[in-house]
Write a protein that binds this ligand. Structure first.
Ligand code: GLC
Length: 648
C-alpha cells in the first residue's frame, strides 16, 4: 500500500479529497529539489478493516500505485552509494525469501557515514563491554553505575572523548530513505528485547538531533527531515473510521522496505507515519507540528538557506498547522485544549486540558511562524488571528499560571464562588487545593508556571519542559524567567540531583497515582514520566540558561550528567527521587539523550548560537500586555474598591 511518487499521483487525482490533491500537487512541484533519484513513497500499514471501510482510500492507493514510478532499490546517484543500494536490495530479498512478508529497513543502514558497519565495530563493542565490565549485573537490574573506579576506567580506557563517542552514536542512529539521511531513530539499544516503536523517527526526538547537526554545519539531514515529514502531514490518517484534522504532523514515522508490487524480486522503500493510531494509548501528537515549525526556523537561521521556508508547499504546511491550532472550538481560554499524553509525556499523567508544555511550544511556534510566513493576501486573516492569539496567550499564562510565594499566599486567601465579570478568583480555585508539599517547597526567591489550569483546578506540579520553553520563547516575562532559574537553583537537589533533569516534580503517589495514571506500572512514583529524570532535557535547560545569561547553571548540570551518562550507556531516563538508578524500562543508547548532551556542549562553547532557537520578547506584545494588565480587574480591585457588577 505504498503511496506513489508525486509525479505519478498527479495524473490520478480525480475523486481524490481536495486537501490531498493540493499537497500532492505541491510535492510534484518540489520533488526535483529533493534531489533524490527515487520517487518518494509515503505508506500506510495494510489494514484490512480500513480497506473495507474506506473504498475511496483503497481506490486512491490503487490508482496511485498504477501510476507510480517504480523505485526498485532506490538507485542512488553517487557511485559510492551503490554499495548501500545493492546491499539494501540484497537484504530485502533475503528477508523476503524467509518470510514472504514486508521487511523493516531504513533504520539500520548497512553502511554508515564512515563506511564502517553502522553499529559499533567488534573492537569498539568489546571496549564498551570491557569498560562496563563489573557493572553488567547491576545495569541489567536497572542499577545506576556510578562507581568512581568505573568512571575512571572509562575515561582512561577510552581514547575517544565523550563528545566523539556521542557523535558516533548519533550518526549510528541515522535513518536513511533512498540512501539519504532523513532523521534519527529514537533508540539504538541492541540489548533491548522489546523495540516497540523506538526504531522509528519521532518528530520531537529528532529536534535535538537536528539542532546538533545544524550546529555542526550538517544541514542536509534536517532539510530532508523537514521536507519529508511535510509530505506526511497531509497523508490520510484514520483511527478506526475517524480522521483527525488536516495539518496534524505524525508522532513518528518508519522507513520500511516492502516488496515491489507485482515484482517479488525487487523492493521499494516507503515512509510509514504514525499519527497516534498505532501508538500506545492512541495519543494525539499535538506537539509534533509545533516542533516542526520551531525546527524549520532554526534550519533557516542556522544554514542561511531561507529557500526551504519560502517554498509554497512549506508555507502551506505552516498554515495548515496554524489553522488546526487556531480553529474555533468551545474554549473560553486562549490556551490550546488537548487530550492527555499529547506531548513528550505521551501517556496518561493527568495533563489533559491546557498543559504548560503545549502552551509554551504553541507560543513559540506562533512566533516562529509569524517570522517565516511570506506576506500575501491569503495570510492576512491568519496573521491577524495569530497576533490576537499571541497577546491573549501570553497574558493568560503570565497572569494565571504564575506562582511564587506572593501569589501562593494570594490563592491561600482567595474568596470563592464569585459570580461576576470582575472576579479575582476567576477559575474558582478552592484554597484547599494548595498541596501541602508546595507550602514548604516554594522558595522565598523564585517561582514557576504551574502545569495546567482548568475551572476549579490548578495543577501545581512543576513541569520542566514547559517552564524551560517558556523562558526560551519569552512566554514568561524576563522577571519570571529569572525567577524560574532561581527556583531551579534553589531546588537543585530535587530537580537535578544525580542526573539532570526531572521531567516533573513531585511524583504522583498512592491513591492519586492510581486514579490519575490508571495504575500505570511504567509511571510508578519517581519513574519515567512520573518524576523520572530525563537527560535530554539538558538541551532545553542550556538554551534557557544561555538566553538569560546564566550559562553556569547549565554548565553545572552538564558536569553532573557527564559523571555517568556515557558509562551508563546514554539511558532514556533515570528513576528514584534523586535519579540514582537507570530507569526501570529505560532504553539505552537513547538518541535524544545523546543529542541533548551534544547540543548543550555545542551551545555552551558557542552561546550566541542559541539565537536559532530563542524568541526575543516582542515590543508590540509587551505594550499590549501592559494595557491588559492595567485593565485587569484584579489589579483594579486591589487598588480601588471597584463596584462589583453581578449578572443575575
Ligand atoms: C516515549 C516518550 C516520548 C518519546 C518516545 C520516543 O514514549 O514519552 O516523549 O518521544 O518515547 O523516544
Amino acid at each position: 500500500m505504498a503511496m506513489a511518487s508525486a509525479e505519478g499521483c498527479l495524473h490520478t487525482l480525480s475523486g481524490v479529497p481536495h486537501s490531498l490533491h493540493y499537497r500532492l500537487s505541491f510535492f510534484n512541484y518540489v520533488s526535483p529539489v529533493l534531489s533524490f533519484s527515487c520517487g518518494a513513497n509515503y505508506g500506510k500499514r495494510r489494514d484490512p478493516k480500513q480497506m473495507s471501510w474506506h473504498g475511496i482510500s483503497k481506490l486512491l492507493k490503487h490508482q496511485a500505485r498504477v501510476h507510480s514510478i517504480p523505485t526498485v532499490g532506490c538507485i542512488p546517484r553517487g557511485s559510492s552509494k551503490l554499495i548501500r543500494s545493492h546491499s539494501l536490495i540484497c537484504k530485502c530479498q533475503r528477508t523476503e525469501s524467509n518470510s514472504g512478508l514486508s521487511v523493516e529497513s531504513g533504520t539500520k543502514p548497512e553502511f554508515s557515514h564512515n563506511g564502517t558497519n553502522g553499529r559499533l565495530t567488534v573492537e569498539e563493542s568489546e571496549a564498551v563491554r570491557r569498560l562496563n565490565n563489573g557493572n553488567e549485573d547491576l545495569a541489567s537490574n536497572g542499577m545506576h553505575m556510578q562507581s568512581e573506579a568505573t568512571r575512571e576506567k572509562v575515561q582512561m580506557g577510552s581514547s575517544k572523548s565523550m563528545e566523539d563517542e556521542a557523535w558516533d552514536l548519533l550518526r549510528d542512529s541515522i535513518a536513511y530513505y533512498c540512501n539519504n539521511p532523513i532523521g534519527t531513530i529514537a533508540a539504538n539499544d541492541p540489548s533491548c528485547p522489546s523495540i516497540l516503536n523506538y526504531d522509528q523517527v519521532f518528530i520531537r526526538d529528532f529536534v535535538p538531533s537536528g539542532i546538533a547537526f545544524l550546529l555542526k554545519g550538517e544541514f542536509d539531514i534536517v532539510r530532508n527531515f523537514i521536507l519529508h515529514t511535510l509530505q506526511l502531514q497531509s497523508w490520510e490518517k484514520t483511527m478506526d473510521s475517524y480522521s483527525p484534522g488536516q495539518g496534524l504532523m505524525p508522532a513518528s514515522f518508519k522507513v520500511r522496505t516492502v516488496p515491489l508490487e507485482g515484482d517479488d524480486s525487487a523492493t521499494e522503500e516507503i515512509l510509514d507515519p504514525d499519527f497516534g493510531e498505532a501508538a500506545i494509548g492512541r495519543v494525539a501528537p499535538v506537539d509534533s507540528g509545533l516542533w516542526w515549525i520551531i525546527l524549520l526556523r532554526a534550519y533557516g537561521k542556522c544554514s542561511g538557506d531561507l529557500s526551504v521556508q519560502e517554498r509554497v508547499d512549506v508555507q502551506t504546511g505552516i498554515k495548515m498547522i496554524l489553522k488546526l491550532c487556531l480553529a474555533d472550538g468551545f474554549d473560553m481560554f486562549p490556551t490550546l485544549l488537548v487530550t492527555d499524553g499529547s506531548c513528550m509525556i505521551d501517556r496518561r499523567m493527568g495533563i489533559h486540558g491546557h498543559p504548560l508544555e503545549i502552551q509554551s511550544l504553541f507560543y513559540s511556534a506562533l512566533l516562529c511562524a509569524r517570522e517565516m510566513l511570506t506576506p500575501e493576501d491569503a495570510s492576512a486573516d491568519l496573521l491577524r488571528a495569530l497576533n490576537n492569539r499571541l497577546i491573549a496567550l501570553s497574558f493568560h499564562i503570565r497572569e494565571y499560571y504564575w506562582i511564587d510565594m506572593r501569589k501562593l499566599n494570594e490563592i491561600y486567601r482567595y474568596t470563592t464562588e464569585e459570580y461576576s465579570y470582575d472576579a479575582v478568583n476567576k477559575f474558582n480555585i478552592y484554597p484547599d487545593q494548595i498541596p501541602p508539599w508546595l507550602v514548604n517547597w516554594m522558595p522565598n526567591r523564585g517561582g514557576y508556571l504551574i502545569g495546567n489550569l482548568q475551572p476549579a483546578h490548578m495543577d501545581f506540579r512543576f513541569f520542566s519542559l514547559g517552564n524551560l520553553w517558556s523562558i526560551v520563547s519569552s512566554l514568561a516575562t524576563v522577571d519570571q524567567s529569572h525567577a524560574i532559574l532561581d527556583l531551579i537553583e534553589a531546588k537543585w537537589a530535587d530537580l537535578v540531583a544525580e542526573m539532570p533533569f526531572k521531567i516533573c516534580y513531585p511524583a504522583l503517589e498512592g491513591q492519586e497515582w492510581r486514579i490519575v495514571t490508571g495504575s500505570d506500572p511504567k509511571n510508578t512514583p519517581w519513574s519515567y514520566h512520573n518524576g523520572g529524570s530525563w537527560p535530554t532535557l539538558l538541551w532545553q535547560l542550556t538554551v534557557a540558561c544561555i538566553k538569560m545569561n546564566r550559562p553556569e547553571i547549565a554548565e553545572n548540570a552538564v558536569r553532573i550528567a557527564e559523571r555517568c551518562i556515557s558509562n551508563d550507556r546514554w539511558p532514556e531516563y533515570y528513576d528514584t527521587k534523586r535519579a540514582r538508578f537507570i530507569g526501570k524500562q529505560a532504553r539505552l543508547f537513547q538518541t535524544w539523550s545523546i543529542a541533548g548532551y551534544l547540543v548543550s556542549k555545542l551551545l555552551l562553547s558557542n552561546p550566541s548560537a542559541v539565537r536559532i532557537l530563542v524568541n526575543e520578547e516582542d515590543v508590540d506584545l509587551v505594550n499590549a500586555f501592559s494595557c491588559m494588565i492595567s485593565s485587569n480587574p484584579r489589579r483594579k480591585r486591589g487598588r480601588t474598591a471597584v463596584e462589583r457588577r453581578f449578572i443575575v
